[in-house]
Write a protein that binds this ligand. Structure first.
Ligand code: SF4
Length: 305
């Protein structure tokens, strides 16, 4: 019996999530349903996230996994809207996906409960938790419509303490209203204290969208300042996102500072790691899970439905 309504399915590079330290170069079958637990004024997917009607194609978990496999993807991403609002369906897909050798990724706002995290531990391999405006409470209230960012921090602690899920952090930096360096510092400090210095963090460039058309794209200099904050707080693997061609898209070895993974946008152009993901130049272990997928050279974009 079909009980999931899936609104869209695409194949994307895993780097688009963004995830750079888990199974790099993979193609990932990305699905969404309608609705969200947040009301972000900048939402790029507002057409599906803010829809009040539950719509989409009726699918069983077996059908989702079968489509993912047919598309040649190595994993499934639950993304475009908040995946925990359909976690029962995601879990049922994810369990079957794993049985068939696929991995599972959540792109999440982290606004979850301990019960949700418990369900995640049954099938999830990787999660990228997307902060917005560095979790400044004023930004969270005004542009997201939720009273307090604290549950996101609690979710991250819960994931760290109770699961083995690979975690990456994203922070959407919005000019003027969500680019406060004091909050970026607090966020980075929390991440280092809880997860240590090797967890990847991605500072994403905002583009005007939905109800925030009057704002400009984030100046690259602002993003670079956030990168500096992350480095100052001790994070070894900080990145800028949505700035193709910027040198801070690459992975630099934390020891010898050479480029170990060279990127352009979502593409991998150079891979300077040995078979154990050690830096080829100095032997330092780079905290990347999995080998470079063979699909990295292929076109990893595909519209499925
Ligand atoms: S949490 Fe994500 S999907 Fe939901 S409204 Fe915000 S940006 Fe859109």
């Amino acid at each position: 019996m079909a009980y999931g309504k899936v609104i869209t399915g695409h194949v994307d590079p895993i780097e688009k999530k963004p995830v750079t330290h888990y199974r790099p170069g993979s193609s990932i079958f990305s699905i969404a349903t309608t609705g969200c637990n947040w009301l972000c004024s900048y939402c790029q997917n507002h057409d599906i996230s803010q829809r009040r009607k539950i719509e989409g194609t009726d699918m069983t978990p077996d059908e989702v996994v079968s489509l993912a496999m047919k598309s040649g993807s190595q994993g499934i991403a639950y993304t475009y809207n908040q995946p925990s609002i359909f976690i029962e369906f995601a879990r049922d897909c994810g369990v079957i996906a794993r049985r068939n050798g696929l991995f599972n990724v959540f792109v999440s706002n982290g606004y979850d409960t301990p019960e949700t995290v418990k369900m995640m531990s049954e099938f999830l391999d990787c999660i990228t938790v997307d902060f917005k405006g560095s979790a400044e409470p004023q930004f969270t209230r005004k542009y997201i419509g939720v009273p307090d960012p604290k549950p996101i921090f609690d979710t991250l602690k819960e994931i760290k303490d109770k699961t083995k899920i690979h975690v990456e952090i994203t922070d959407l930096i919005v000019p003027q209203v969500g680019d406060n360096l004091e909050y970026a510092t607090k966020l980075c400090r929390f991440i280092v204290d809880e997860f240590g210095p090797d967890i990847p963090i991605h500072f994403l460039r905002f583009h005007p969208d939905y109800k925030m058309m009057e704002f400009e794209s984030t100046p690259v200099k602002t993003l670079e300042k956030h990168y500096e904050v992350a480095k100052k707080e001790g994070l070894n693997y900080a990145y800028l996102g949505n700035v193709p061609g910027h040198p801070l898209e690459h992975t630099y070895c934390a020891e010898c500072k050479k480029i170990v993974v060279k990127r352009y946008g979502f593409d991998i152009q150079e891979w300077n790691l040995d078979g154990n993901n050690n830096c080829k130049f100095c032997g330092n272990k780079i905290p990347i899970t999995g080998k470079l997928a063979e699909s990295y050279k292929q076109n990893r974009f595909q519209f499925v439905f």
